[in-house]
Write a protein that binds this ligand. Sequence first.
Ligand code: PLP
Length: 420
Amino acid sequence: MKVAHEITAQAPSAQALDVGKIRADFPILRQKVHGKPLVYLDNGATSQKPQMVIDSLNRYYSEGNSNIHRGVHFLSERATEAYETARQKIRRFINAGSDQELIFVRGTTEAINLVAQSYGRTFLKKGDEIIVSAMEHHSNIVPWQILCEQIGARLRVIPINHDGEIVLEEYRRLLTDKTKFVSVTHVSNALGTIAPVKEVVRFAHERCVPVLLDGAQAIPHLKVDVQELGCDFYAFSGHKLFGPTGVGILYGRAGLLDAMPPYQGGGDMISLVTFEKTHYNVLPYKFEAGTPHIAGGIGLGAAIDYLVGLDWERVAAHEHDLLAYATSALSRIDGLRIIGTAREKVGVISFVFDHIHAHDVGTILDQEGVAVRAGHHCAMPVMQRFGVPATTRASFALYNTRDEIDVLVSGIHRALKVFK
Ligand code: PLP
């Protein structure tokens, strides 16, 4: 069933994003899968990389490879400068107060573990409570559970309503004198919900409780300004932001990071080592033990160069259009139920059929060249909340098109025929 002409989503206009031009920047999108043009709708898992990022990695390894911060030779100094320049780009991109507040990590997962272990083990104690929401990715649940086991703290969970929205009144009720940390996702990977993070931060700060925001799914879609959000920590992964895998960022307020002990020990995070005592390096290096993912950091800087070169109002309008178009088209499919119907959403649509398993839908779509995710999306509590074992998830990026959504829809109809 072709639904393109019937939907109410905004029609393309002269002001629209030039998606054809953007697609040309992503070489992977030109390929065929099972003889069909690739329709990549698994951006929530990882996004594709523009040529600029691929070139920066190639250039680094073919012309610039060297270890950083330690060498006095030309290559080392140049690599150090490129790596530190990337840090500055990231600082401007999220409007952090200083470069010292940006720690290169492996990704969101490592960033949250760092805070749980360094801040949590130092400043929390038995009987304290940590608040997360019911729509967290496992990486914003398990590190806190590990901490709770280590120190005897307790995890409290803000419920979500049937649309997949945080229930703020319940959050306010959970915030008590026992609350010592709040860690909430900015955008849910399984539902697409944009959380009311400003309120989350404000209510916690009224009680002087620090807040970490998991920005893994927010950063590719929303303009993130950490000072405006007012959060104490913000975590994200480079690979979801059109950058390389294996690199990400933990933003932390300098005052808090200063007070926290190192997360790992090793080279680069020290200023003086003797067998009697070690003096730690200044921020941010205190938290960057060992040789980092140098190419990754530089590649993430290139991804940011790419993004700042785009007109973000147009990108946002395009992504909004994709979400509206897809929601409308999928809602018309008999038996399809969308999980996650929040008023504020990014381009993520999770859906289920009562009689077809999500993996079967995903497998048929793959035959059509359509890449989606099927499973629990590392958010098992979300599946439990909605009483489903798994969902099929289509997640959009700025290079996706309405035509691709039409291919998704006809692929779903094919799955329905196969499994009728
Ligand atoms: N948080 C959210 C909301 C995510 O969607 C993901 C990954 O999908 C993560 C955290 C973990 O990110 P990474 O695996 O890059 O560390």
